[in-house]
Design a protein. Structure first.
Length: 275
């Protein structure tokens, strides 16, 4: 990921100093115009804007613990929790640096390819984001989500959590046909189109949460959907497929029906998840 970012900035003519915990990876960028620092301290010293792309929050401590960050503008692009991001912002301020947190909604092949649709959530001081907006937008699109340093990580994990939920449903769907004489390639486009068609329901969920009216715009009521869950569970059993991916969600639906209104949407499940 870091290499892809570096190559995009270099291709756009930005002067760049790089450092990597695996020196060979940094050296590979020298031929493309990067200055290779022999230490992280030297890399930090070279420029005011310091972009960090490492494995996790602990690796930031390991890499930058001994570096002088006074007067630096630190952009942290690791995947972290909101609490870690807020703590890292305080950590940076205590060391004399300004701080932006970033949540990357992209994989390396999307970097530097605008039509791929990748972008980064940024949170922290608005003026700091605006100062570097054009530079940060070179490899990926930018979406500013607020002054709270933890918001980029929160948006990042929220979207990725939805992605894994989609992966779970996809896994269950393919498992259902696994033992049949059905080519998975015939299911894939149908599955893709259906998931895309269902995705806009998130907008209705948001409106229901804002208004507090979970019966607004309901197409398929909670009562009706709960009544249909035995069919899904029985089909899985007949196909020899575990229900461990669907079961917990169906149980939440049943709990919500027991304490809410059968006329509402599935939005009430969210209230059961919030502790």
């Amino acid at each position: 990921m870091g290499t892809a970012l570096a190559r995009t900035w270099l291709a756009a003519g930005h002067p760049l100093t790089v450092w990597n915990r695996s020196p060979a990876r940094a050296e590979a960028l020298a031929a493309e115009g990067a200055q290779v620092a022999d230490s992280v301290a030297a890399a930090v010293e070279a420029n005011t804007l310091v972009v960090v792309c490492l494995l996790d929050d602990a690796s930031v401590d390991q890499a930058l613990g001994g570096a002088d960050l006074t007067g630096k503008d630190l952009v942290n692009l690791i995947t972290s929790t909101p609490a870690q991001a807020r703590a890292r912002a305080e950590w940076a301020r205590a060391r004399g640096a300004r701080y932006l947190d970033g949540g990357m909604m992209a994989v390396p092949p999307m970097i530097g390819v605008p039509e791929a649709g990748g972008y980064v959530f940024y949170s922290g001081p608005r003026e700091l984001f605006e100062q570097y907006r054009e530079t940060l937008a070179v490899p990926l699109g930018t979406t500013y989500v607020g002054e709270d340093a933890g918001y980029a990580a929160l948006y990042d994990v929220a979207l990725l959590s939805a992605m894994y939920g989609m992966f779970a449903g996809t896994a269950h769907a393919f498992a259902l046909i696994r033992k049949e004489d059905i080519d998975p390639a015939t299911l894939a486009p149908l599955l893709t189109d259906y998931v895309v068609a269902m995705a806009p329901s998130a907008r209705l969920t948001a409106e229901q949460l804002r208004s507090g009216d979970y019966t607004k715009g309901v197409v398929s009521s909670l009562a009706m959907q709960v009544a249909g869950t035995p069919t899904f569970l029985s089909t899985a059993e007949q196909q020899g497929v575990s229900t461990e991916l669907l079961g917990p969600y169906f149980e939440l639906m049943r709990r919500r029906l027991a304490e809410g209104s059968g006329e509402e949407d599935l939005t009430g499940v969210i209230d059961l998840l919030v502790r």
